[in-house]
Design a protein around this ligand. Structure first.
Ligand code: ATP
Length: 376
């Protein structure tokens, strides 16, 4: 059973409260990301699930079984670390096959363990029974490393080493795969291709995967659901689309993508719109406001920018005046920093070849669809 349930998990390290009442309900076969800034408790959560840390309080269930008192080697979790934890003096095949040896040891009871252990000590690495050879080669083929089976892992690229580490975990056929920042040692291009590889393998095998990262793009592009953590707490759990379109706090809005956060007061309701006034703007929102003092979240791509006089005021609402501070050409989009009173808004517009880019100091009119003005 590959589901994972964490209830009210708290972990204290000699005075440091690393986790405060963390609760997660991860479905079998789900790709679940733990996302948050450095020190927020992602790794500690994962280590508690794996059994490398004992919770101060709270319950961890793998499938239907409470595992708080079950040692790591009997939890059926595979782990892939940031550092890969490969043996540099061993070739790819031996590194991967090693996990089967460990599994044999773990699976056996104490008496049965002894002969296996002795066999392992005597065995010359690389000299394995046929069924192990077959299994290892199959998994190496799967991660496209069968050509490299006899090469030392120290002679591989970072991405190849990462795939060896992945193969080694997968070979143990764990119910749950735990991955702690597995891509952070790779360069940008390789990270992208490894994201696709890991996602493909995860979907192929339907293996429940918990993936720790501080990179929001990584979490959003790979995971079915994401838990955003901060200061030892889970702040919001949702699909990438839910988190992006309905962040529950300004912290999440800023952590999950770029966001403009405006402070304002609700000054009325009109035909189903909330009217919010703040410094330099009056905006309508289709969202309902429960209190008077609110934060407005507006994503950069939901603001349109016009040269003054070119805007059709009959068609567009929520028009505010601003001044261009910086314009940055980014290929398919142009990103503007625009000053509106005390705010510096980020505005992304599609680049249209032949159309002039607004320049620094130019006056500009902005328009925002009331449906895109989120009140939190
Ligand atoms: P990063 O992204 O930097 O790896 P993280 O979100 O994974 O960070 P954790 O490693 O879980 O964060 O750490 C959470 C908090 O617990 C931090 O304040 C950290 O300093 C503290 N901590 C973690 N392990 C220990 C330990 N063994 N002893 C004392 N404090 C610890």
């Amino acid at each position: 059973m590959g589901s994972v349930k964490v209830s009210q998990l708290t972990k204290e390290f000699s005075g440091v409260l690393a986790l405060k009442n963390v609760s997660l309900d991860i479905k079998e076969g789900e790709f679940f990301a733990l996302l948050g800034p450095s020190g927020c408790g992602k790794t500690t959560t994962m280590r508690c699930i794996a059994g490398f840390e004992q919770p101060t309080s709270g319950i961890i269930q793998l499938g239907e079984t409470e595992v708080n008192h079950i040692p790591p080697n009997r939890r059926n979790c595979g782990m892939v670390f940031q550092s890969y934890a490969l043996f540099p003096h061993m070739n790819v095949f031996d590194n991967v096959a090693y996990s089967l040896n460990i599994k044999q040891l773990n699976a056996s009871n104490l008496v049965a363990k002894l002969p296996v252990y002795l066999r392992l000590l005597n065995r010359k690495l690389g000299n394995y029974p046929k069924y192990i050879e077959q299994k290892v080669m199959e998994i190496l083929e799967y991660v496209e490393l069968d050509q490299y089976a006899m090469r030392l892992t120290s002679e591989l690229s970072g991405g190849q080493q990462q795939r060896v580490a992945l193969a080694r975990s997968l070979l143990m056929e764990p119910a749950v795969l735990l991955m702690d920042e597995p891509l952070s040692n790779l360069d940008q291009k390789l990270r992208h291709s490894m994201r696709n590889t890991i996602r493909r393998i995860q979907q192929d095998l339907g293996i429940t995967t918990i993936f720790v990262t501080h990179d929001q793009e990584e979490a959003m592009s790979m995971a079915d659901r994401v838990a955003v953590m901060d200061s030892g707490e889970v702040k919001q759990i949702g699909t990438p689309i839910e988190l992006y379109s309905r962040p529950s706090t300004p912290f999440i809005a800023n952590f999950v993508g770029t966001s403009n956060v405006l402070k304002g007061s609700v000054i009325g309701q009109e035909n189903g719109f909330s009217i919010i006034k703040g410094k330099g703007f009056i905006l309508k929102s289709t969202n309902h406001a429960d209190q008077t003092e609110v934060n407005l979240i507006v994503r950069p791509e939901n603001i349109k920018a016009f040269k003054p006089g070119t805007i059709n005021e009959d068609k567009l609402t929520n028009i505010i005046d601003g001044t261009v501070l910086v314009s940055t050409y980014l290929g398919s989009i142009v990103r503007y920093d625009i000053k509106v009173d005390e705010y510096q808004l980020v505005v992304d517009t599609t680049f249209v070849p032949g159309e002039a880019i607004l320049t620094e100091g130019e006056k500009v009119q902005l328009s925002i669809d009331p449906e895109r003005v989120l009140i939190i």
